[in-house]
Design a protein around this ligand. Structure first.
Ligand code: AMP
Ligand code: FE
Ligand code: FE
Ligand code: ZN
Length: 280
């Protein structure tokens, strides 16, 4: 049974609609797929319907942007109730701060000579969860850069000439909010771009209700994976593996390129199981 617990649709910065993503997951031989768009649950309904048709289990997730010691950390939330008070507040504030930020980023790029506008970006983001990848898409379309990677390397990386920060919830608050919303919080690619969390941090997070660590991820080399696996085992945390698929938006992240062990998936299911109030 192949299980992939991290993928993006065009509801955030993936390039396939939720329905197409689910169909591709089925073709790729996955039995379980988690849809984890950035800071939004808006793709859940479409993906759930497609999963039913395809005969695949969909895990409904959200990748929440958080901050810890002034560094960005992504938190995967599996099957939380997105309408629970604290979590819905976090998602709303995140949405609002993204809206203001896009204009600021575009302004900086225009000053650098890029012929793009906010509405170009909105076309690529379909108006939802707009982020730097969509700004990158507008830059590619305008012929200002070759691809998303070049856009990030030259302009959009953290601290880059067109980077503008946005509001992000504190990581510990996010872990608590996801747990309070009945979800299972798992740290996404913790050592992907710099080692922002060490073993003592993970211990603190485990105490705050963290369920697991995404260990098998393309941005982790073999030694990072071994080390993180050891930390997860010693703290009794669940170990996940995922593609972090973004369609054609990110190369080398094909569906199922990393997978989660079925036993670990069962342990995760226990964390988000129980009666749900938002199945509606
Ligand atoms: P944003 O939502 O604007 O903060 O953009 C975050 C998304 O941009 C991440 O989820 C990645 O998909 C992508 N991203 C962030 N940093 C980089 C980078 N240095 N190179 C390529 N993609 C990146
Ligand atoms: Fe992304
Ligand atoms: Fe991420
Ligand atoms: Zn992701």
């Amino acid at each position: 049974m192949r299980i992939d617990l991290h993928a993006h649709s065009s509801v955030s910065d993936g390039t396939d609609t939720p329905a197409v993503l689910v169909a591709k997951a089925k073709t790729a031989g996955l039995a379980v797929l988690a849809l984890t768009d950035h800071d939004t649950a808006d793709g859940w309904t479409e993906a759930s319907q497609a999963a039913e048709v395809a005969g695949l289990t969909l895990v409904r997730g959200i990748e929440v942007s958080t901050t810890y010691n002034d560094r960005g950390v992504h938190l995967l939330a599996y099957e939380p109730d997105p309408d629970a008070p604290a979590l819905s507040d976090i998602l709303r504030q995140g949405r609002e701060s993204r809206q203001g930020r896009t204009g600021a980023i575009v302004g900086r790029l225009q000053a650098l000579g890029a012929p793009i506008t906010v509405s170009d970006v909105a076309r690529h983001s379909h108006g939802v969860s707009a982020g730097r990848p969509h700004v990158a898409d507008a830059l590619v379309e305008a012929g200002f850069v070759r691809d998303r990677d070049e856009a990030f390397a030259k302009y959009l990386h953290r601290g880059g000439p067109a980077s503008v920060s946005r509001w992000q919830v504190d990581l510990l608050d996010a872990v608590a909010a996801v747990a309070a919303a009945g979800g299972a919080p798992v740290i996404a690619h913790p050592w992907g771009r710099g080692r922002n969390l060490d073993e003592a941090d993970f211990a603190r997070l485990a105490e705050a209700g963290l369920a697991g660590i995404e260990v098998d991820h393309q941005e982790h080399d073999a030694s990072a994976r071994d080390h993180l696996r050891g930390i997860a085992r010693s703290l009794g945390l669940i170990i996940t593996g995922s593609s972090d698929h973004h369609g054609t938006g990110k190369v080398n992240h094909d569906l199922g390129c990393n997978t989660t062990d079925p036993e670990q998936y069962e342990a995760l299911r226990e964390r988000f199981g129980g009666p749900r109030t938002h199945l509606g």
